[in-house]
Design a protein around this ligand. Structure first.
Ligand code: GDP
Ligand code: IMO
Ligand code: MG
Length: 421
């Protein structure tokens, strides 16, 4: 069985929590795109793990894979592995595999990301992790791959070939070109340590599926940050939609069984770009404070707003969801009235689907349906029937509007605070 999980909004929907919850049932959990711009939180047994690269199934026995469609900073991976080891979670090569073709994030990618962002008149608000520039090199065929850093000679030769153009680019942007060759020894040392982890991810997954094993693909970022279909230019540099799992892991689309969208009961966004239902008021403050809406990777406050149905409809089309995991329902508690954006007003017309251009989306005025909130604390509720009537009605309305089944409901960050609807 092959299940794909993606974020249905702008990231931070709670993918880490949902993947952890499902991982026990899966033999393999694999990351297929993005890099350490991702920050996936898993709360288990009183501990909080903030994972950037290691798949969120790490606390179970599943095999973990980092696919060739990702971009990987080896320094960050090593830190993460030692953080896990400090918490008693040993991630050996028998547990984690990294594809030989995984793109490596080099110090110059981070420098270029920072320099470019500082020069942008209209900022994107990137995570400054070098993601965009690593993907530029992948597409430009100037990447360094996992297998390269694991082979000293090959790495040095490859870097020699690439370094001059990177030095020029950094110099031109007013940066220090010495960064390009600054960490060669560290990369060689890390490459040596990571060599035993190298694998062929596509082969492993296809063999597992042939053996009727269960594979879970863990998306990073969110649908509307997709490089092709997202709110350009305020997007990340990889494809975040479900189809990307097939391309990124090397699994044919005929093998996909389920596609689960993780979606918050409201919406958030970190960084710049349109967010039509954003609430820069007490409601936004309530969501941010109660929902702990601060970036897992950068600590930046997340922008918060009401649930946006047009964006959800687009997500459903882009991913082909077979079901949803609705998260953070508890956060809506104590708001007397809740709003769901069912459409937008744009240039005097009412539309029920996002316009293609980000400029147009930014001009959209939300049209809301109001529903009554609830006062009860629902973070301990374990069944649908245990929810206050107004919370049940809110879920049912969302399901009716989205026309996709909500399979899981999450009412808190902990593993046990989820139930099947
Ligand atoms: P991801 O990037 O999609 O994995 O999401 P993040 O981990 O960046 O952000 C989600 C945050 O919400 C984390 O701090 C989670 O622990 C927390 N969280 C997840 N589900 C729930 C929930 O149902 N209720 C509450 N209150 N917090 C949740
Ligand atoms: P997870 O996996 C939320 C946002 C950044 C910025 C834009 C581009 O935790 O959901 P980048 O560094 O990727 O070039 O930045 O994308 N962004 C995220 N927002 N969650 C994420 O990951 C994100 N990863 C990138 O804030 O707006
Ligand atoms: Mg996150």
């Amino acid at each position: 069985m092959f299940t794909i999980i993606t974020g249905a909004q702008f990231g931070d929907e709670g993918k880490g929590k949902i993947v952890d919850m499902m991982a026990e049932q899966y033999d393999i959990v694999a990351r297929f795109q993005g890099g350490d711009n991702a920050g996936h939180t898993v709360v288990a047994d009183g501990k909080t793990y903030k994972l950037h690269l290691v798949p969120s199934g790490v606390l179970f026995d599943s095999r973990l894979l980092i696919g060739p469609g990702t971009v990987m900073n080896p320094e960050i991976l090593m830190k993460e592995l030692s953080m896990l080891a400090d918490n008693g979670v040993k991630v050996t090569p028998a547990k984690l595999g990294i594809d030989a073709k995984t793109s490596i994030i080099m110090p110059y990618h981070i420098a270029l990301d920072t320099l470019r962002e500082s020069k942008r008149a209209v900022k994107i608000g990137t995570t400054n992790r070098g993601i965009g520039f690593a993907y530029i090199d992948k597409v430009g065929r100037d990447e360094i791959q996992m297998a390269d850093i694991a082979d000293k000679k090959r790495f040095v030769k490859r870097l020699e070939e690439i370094a001059p153009q990177k030095e020029n680019a950094i110099k031109e942007m007013g940066g220090d070109p010495n960064i390009v060759r600054s960490k060669i020894d560290e990369y060689i040392e890390t490459g040596r340590k990571l060599k035993p982890y190298i694998t062929d991810v596509s082969r492993e997954i296809n063999l597992a599926l042939k053996d009727e094993k269960k594979v879970l693909a863990e998306g990073a970022q969110g649908t509307h940050l997709d490089i092709i279909h997202g709110t350009q230019k305020f997007v990340t540099s990889s494809s975040t939609v479900a189809g990307s799992a097939c391309a990124g892991l090397g699994v044919g689309p005929t093998k996909v069984d389920n596609v689960i969208g993780v979606i918050k009961a409201y919406i958030t966004r970190v960084g710049e770009g349109p967010l039509p239902t954003e609430q820069k008021n007490d409601v936004g403050e309530h969501l941010r404070e109660k929902g702990g809406e601060f970036g897992t990777t950068t600590g930046r406050p997340r922008r918060c707003g009401w649930f946006d149905l047009p964006l959800a409809k687009k997500s459903i089309n882009l991913n082909g969801y077979t079901g949803f995991a609705l998260t953070k329902l508890d956060v809506l508690g104590r708001l007397p009235m809740l709003k769901i954006c069912t459409g937008y007003e744009l240039d005097g017309k009412i539309i029920d689907y996002p316009p293609e251009s980000s400029d147009d989306l930014a001009r959209c005025k939300p049209v809301y349906t109001e529903v009554k909130g609830w006062d009860e604390d629902i973070s301990g509720v374990e069944t649908l029937d245990g929810l206050p009537d107004n919370a049940k009605e809110y879920i049912e309305l969302l399901e009716k509007l989205m026309e996709v089944h909500i399979e899981y409901i999450s009412v808190g960050p902990g593993r046990k605070q989820t139930f099947i609807k």
